[in-house]
Every structure is written in C-alpha cells, then in structure tokens.
Design a protein around this ligand. Sequence first.
Ligand SMILES: CC(C)(COP(=O)(O)OP(=O)(O)OC[C@H]1O[C@@H](n2cnc3c(N)ncnc32)[C@H](O)[C@@H]1OP(=O)(O)O)[C@@H](O)C(=O)NCCC(=O)NCCS
Length: 221
Amino acid sequence: MATIFPSWLGGYELNKKVTNPNIIVGDFTYYSGYYHDKHFEDHCVRYLMGDHSTKAVWESGIFGEVDKLIIGKFCSIASGAIFMLAGNQGHRHDWISSYPFEVSEFGDKVKAGFARAGDTVIGNDVWIGSECVIMPGVHIGDGSVIGARAVVTKDVPPYSIVVGNPGRVVKSRFNGSEVAKLMEMKWWDWPLSMLKANMDVMCSNDVEAMYQRYLSSSEAN
Ligand SMILES: CC(C)(COP(=O)(O)OP(=O)(O)OC[C@H]1O[C@@H](n2cnc3c(N)ncnc32)[C@H](O)[C@@H]1OP(=O)(O)O)[C@@H](O)C(=O)NCCC(=O)NCCS
C-alpha cells in the first residue's frame, strides 16, 4: 500500500520538499508519485550530488561544481519520471576504460572521471508524463508535453509534444503565432491576482483572447 502519496489524485509542491541544493524548482511545480511511492528526490532525480546519500561528500567540496536540475514554475511531473543527471556520476566512455577506478585500489595515478553534461533545464508549464526519462543536459522549452515513457535525448522547443524513444516532436500545442504570443505573455510570471482574474481564458484554448487581456492589462499599468 502506498504511504507517501495517498492517491494518484494528489502530489506535493516540489519547492516545499526538495532538500538537494542542486535542484532548483519554481513555484507551483508538483510531483505526483503514487505508483512509485518514493519521494521525488529518491526516485526521479538520479545521480545528483547533494542528495541525502551524498550530502557529506558534496559538502566537502571535492567535486566542485556539478550539473544542476532546474525546473520552472507550474510544471506537472507524473509518477516515475526520471531526470538522469549522469554527467555527475563519473564513467568516461571517451577513456580507455569506462570503469570508475578507485585511488584506494589502483593508486594515485587514477584521475577523477566526473565530466559535466550541463544543467538539465525544464521550462515553465511543462507536463512530464509517467515514467519518461530526461537525459543529462537536455533543455525542455516552456509549455511542452513529454509523453509517457518517452526518452528525451535532445533539446525540445517551446510548446512541443514529444513521444517515443528516442523522443521526437510529433506536434506543437499551438500554431507559430500563438506560441509567440504565449512566449511574450509568460503568464507563469504574472501576479497571482492577475492569474485568478484570467482563469476563464486560461482554462480554454483561446490564446488570442488571453493575449488581448494581457495587452489591456499592460496598457492599464
Ligand atoms: C503525449 C500525449 C499527451 C499525446 O496526446 P495527444 O495529443 O492526444 O496525442 P495523440 O494521441 O494524437 O498521439 C499523437 C501521436 O503520438 C503517438 N503517441 C502518443 N503518446 C505516445 C507515447 N506516450 N509514446 C509513444 N507514442 C505516443 C500516437 O500514437 C500518435 O502517433 P501517430 O501520429 O503516428 O498516429 C499523451 O499520449 C501522453 O503520453 N500523455 C501522458 C500521460 C501520462 O503520463 N499521464 C500521467 C498522469 S498526469
């Protein structure tokens, strides 16, 4: 029986729970993990220094800067999604061996194998489907949707829908001029009072109506 998430209807806001300083999350982004019954940091974020199992070694500073996981506001993350931060884990497949040799056993000529892949950056209003895998260093644009079990290996433009393995863009949520308007409005940065006042159009597909509201509020200010 699940103990962390009482039902698949619920979840928690990540920035109220996350403890790893290398995970940065915007307001309202949540994880709903009923089917995997583990916390976001224990199931979804893989091989990222600074979690409870590596806190001491991370705080010692011997690893220097590591890749970060940066997630915007208003993202929905479904059960079992995986963010692979493998650039931090130290296997070098460009060296003679990908084996992570230890100084204690193989001597002081061993070199540290950690190589950064770059921060993984998820935009705002991204819906991450169940059990998908986001590979190291990928950037996912605002408004995108990642289908269930997709494996995302490349950057994703804003408002794309991505499915499959390797992940491919199958369509856009809106047409080009609508995407441009959404990117200009950046509703996720609006004050809560303005969002509340516009919830009727937010809960519709009428980008033009939303844009007109945005223009009139910009004129008013
Ligand atoms: C990505 C998703 C949103 C697309 O939904 P949609 O816009 O209705 O898209 P469609 O069903 O029209 O599918 C478009 C194409 O992608 C394919 N496709 C859709 N979802 C897919 C998936 N998860 N994996 C592989 N292919 C997928 C469809 O077969 C279709 O292919 P075709 O054009 O060759 O026929 C949806 O399929 C999905 O995966 N949602 C996530 C569900 C989830 O994880 N929920 C968790 C709880 S919040």
